[in-house]
Each structure stands twice: as structure tokens, then as C-alpha cells.
Design a protein around this ligand. Structure first.
Ligand code: NAD
Ligand code: IPM
Ligand code: MN
Length: 343
């Protein structure tokens, strides 16, 4: 039976993860889940963010379920970089998979799109780009201060994520991949991405391709999200575009993701797209659907496609039965979805 590690994290993380675990237990009884106490509380208590011994233990699991990381009482970046990005990088989770669909029963803020019309997936590069941590500060706290932040792009890293995007597209109905970058300004990285994209495209003659600059893609995601099937893009562009995609498909509370190591040499990690939402934490108001759908992605990745499909169907029933504008109660949503899965 699957052995998963659970990193509930901060803010609403533990609230939504508790519901995702209920649903996993209903869909696949016997999954062995081990909780890891990581995040702001541990940092304040011990000063530790992610000890090497814990990283080694996590590596021994089949997958990781993560809630959210980040807290207003901890300086920005300490937990985001030291915990979340350290996991993504250490476990070579180079495919950051972020599907967005407009579910029946969910209202988009866009008057022009109807349920069923948006079904896209962003394949966001997960281990390079501006997230690589290259850069530095000179003359700190002087008027001459200079800060640089460099984007790291390797042919190996770009080609493998682009290949994953094409492989996914070839299994989907529309078989289309859109490369999003900023080749008109970022001429070094942009050229590498464009050439890698062209080379991989030649291996997939049945997949159609297009290219868009990221500013145009941000606009089209809002005006015409229907046009996208698979979008492949770099780490930061993918971060921003997936919040937009979440917003147009009913909100960040529904957006699931997987930080995937397709090679299987390390565990993949499944996490909502959203953060720790300090503004609503501790009140039972967070929508757990993003965490529940992330758990479905996790089970699917571990070969439990049936259990994953039952969770997805139960989420569909939950969303179809919602009254627009009505407040969400975290535990009630989890209970209803778990009951539906078990039925
Ligand atoms: P956020 O996603 O936490 O919140 C943005 C807005 O969305 C808030 O108004 C919040 O209440 C709402 N929201 C988020 N999830 C929701 C849910 N499940 N149900 C209902 N509403 C929800 O983003 P932020 O405010 O920019 O960041 C807060 C903290 O989270 C920061 O420390 C940030 O670094 C961190 N963060 C972590 C992750 C992660 O762990 N994967 C992702 C994004 C942000
Ligand atoms: C996300 C988050 C993270 C990211 C942060 C918290 C490091 O915004 O998962 O989208 O930028 O990848
Ligand atoms: Mn983000």
C-alpha cells in the first residue's frame, strides 16, 4: 500500500489537508500517511526549516501531500525557499503540473465562458528559471545598492519539461501545445526555449503548436481561456499564469497542482496552487477542493486511477450542488466529498 508523507504546513494548510486526507481514506483505505511537522511553528520553536534528516526521510515515501507554506511572522522567503522550493529542487520535481477546468456548477467571472469550455493544463518548469536562486546584492543598505536575480535555463532542464508537455498533449483530445515566454526581450533564455520547443515539436507531428509572449498570454487567458490545451512555460511565468487560470475557472480554492518528478527517482509532491491564506486561516472558511483535487492527482500518479477518478467525480458533484455566493465550510465540504467517494 502507498506510503505518503504529509506536510500540512502553515495557515489554511492543515485545514485543507485534513479534508484531503479524509477523502484519500475514503477512496483508498489503508494508505499509510506520516505527518511531518514543518513550517512556521517548527521554525519558531527550533529555528529549523528543513533538516537534512527530514529531507532524507521524506525521500523514502511514495509521494508527498503538502498544504501550504508561508506565514506573516516569518521573513519572506525563509519558508518558501527553505522548505517548499528546497523540496521541489531536491526531489527534482521539474514538472509543475497545474490543470484548470471550468466545472459544471461553477461560475466564471468571465461572462463569455461556459462550463466545459475551459480545460487546460499548464506545464510549468519547476526547478530552474528565476527560482534557481542565482543573483546577489551589492552595497546593501546604501544608496548604491544593486540587487540581481538571474534566470537559469539549461538545455537539459528546458527540453525535458517541453517533452513532458508534448507527451501530455499527445494523450489529450485537442493535442495542442502553446509555448509561453518573452522571446522578444529575454533573448538568451527565450531563444533556448524556442529552439528546444521546435526540436521536441518535430518528434510530435500530430501535436499542433503555437507561441505567445507572456503578456499576450495573460490577456488571452482572461479573454479566451478556451483557446488553450497544454501550455508550457518557465517557472515564474507559470506561477503567475496559473493564478490567472485559477481565477477564471472559479477561484484559487479549486486549483490543484503536482510538483512531479516524472522519472520516479524521487517522490512527487501534490499541493494546492494557493498559499497559506493568513487572512482566512483558522476560521474553517478555506475551500478544501484544491487540496482534495491535488490528492486525486497524487493517487493517479501512484497508479490508483480508479480512486482518483472517484474523487474527481465526487468533487464534480459537490461543485454542481453549490449555491453561487454561499460561504464554504471547510470540514463540511470534506465530509460531503468523502461520503460521496465512499458511496
Ligand atoms: P494565498 O493563495 O495564500 O491567498 C490569496 C487569496 O486567496 C487570499 O485572499 C486567500 O484568502 C484566498 N485563498 C487562498 N486559498 C483559498 C482557499 N482554499 N479557499 C478560499 N480562499 C482562498 O496567497 P498570498 O496571500 O499571496 O500568500 C500567503 C502566504 O502563502 C505567503 O507566505 C506566500 O508566500 C505563501 N504561498 C505559499 C504557497 C504554497 O505553499 N504552495 C503558494 C502561494 C503562496
Ligand atoms: C506556488 C507558490 C510558490 C511558487 C511560492 C510560495 C514559492 O506561489 O506554489 O505557486 O512561487 O512556486
Ligand atoms: Mn504561486
Amino acid at each position: 500500500m502507498a506510503r505518503i508523507a504529509v506536510v500540512a504546513g502553515d495557515g489554511i494548510g492543515p485545514e485543507v489537508v485534513a479534508e484531503a486526507r479524509k477523502v484519500i481514506d475514503a477512496a483508498l483505505p489503508g494508505v499509510e500517511a506520516t505527518e511531518y511537522d514543518l513550517g512556521a511553528a517548527r521554525y519558531h520553536r527550533t529555528g529549523e526549516v528543513l533538516p537534512d534528516s527530514v529531507l532524507t526521510e521524506l525521500a523514502g515515501h511514495d509521494a508527498i501531500l503538502l498544504g501550504a507554506v508561508g506565514d506573516p511572522t516569518v521573513p519572506p522567503g525563509v519558508l518558501e525557499r527553505g522548505l517548499l522550493l528546497k523540496l521541489r529542487f531536491s526531489f527534482d520535481q521539474y514538472v509543475n503540473l497545474r490543470p484548470s477546468r471550468l466545472w459544471p456548477g461553477v461560475t466564471s467571472p468571465l461572462a463569455t465562458v461556459k462550463p466545459g469550455e475551459v480545460d487546460l493544463v499548464v506545464v510549468r518548469e519547476g526547478t530552474e528559471g528565476l527560482y534557481a536562486g542565482a543573483g546577489g546584492t551589492l552595497h546593501r543598505d546604501t544608496p548604491a545598492e544593486v540587487a540581481t536575480e538571474e534566470s537559469l535555463n539549461t538545455r537539459h532542464g528546458v527540453e525535458r519539461v517541453v517533452r513532458d508537455a508534448f507527451a501530455r498533449a499527445s494523450r489529450r483530445e485537442r493535442r495542442k501545445v502553446t509555448l509561453v515566454h518573452k522571446t522578444n526581450v529575454l533573448t538568451h533564455a527565450g531563444s533556448l526555449w524556442a529552439r528546444a520547443f521546435e526540436a521536441v515539436a518535430a518528434e510530435y507531428p500530430d501535436v499542433s503548436t503555437e507561441y505567445q509572449h507572456v503578456d499576450a498570454a495573460a490577456m488571452f487567458l482572461v479573454t479566451q481561456p478556451q483557446r488553450y490545451d497544454v501550455v508550457v512555460t518557465d517557472n515564474l511565468f507559470g506561477d503567475i499564469l496559473t493564478d490567472i487560470a485559477a481565477a477564471v475557472t472559479g477561484g484559487i480554492g479549486l486549483a490543484a497542482s503536482g510538483s512531479i518528478n516524472p522519472d520516479g527517482s524521487y517522490p512527487s509532491m501534490f499541493e494546492p496552487v494557493h498559499g497559506s491564506a493568513p487572512d482566512i486561516a483558522g476560521r474553517g472558511l478555506a475551500d478544501p477542493v484544491a487540496a482534495v483535487l491535488s490528492a486525486a492527482l497524487l493517487l493517479d500518479q501512484l497508479g490508483h486511477a480508479d480512486a482518483a477518478a472517484r474523487i474527481t467525480a465526487a468533487v464534480g458533484a459537490e461543485l454542481a450542488a453549490r449555491t453561487p455566493g454561499e460561504a464554504v465550510r471547510t470540514a463540511e465540504v470534506g465530509d460531503r466529498i468523502a461520503a460521496q467517494v465512499a458511496a
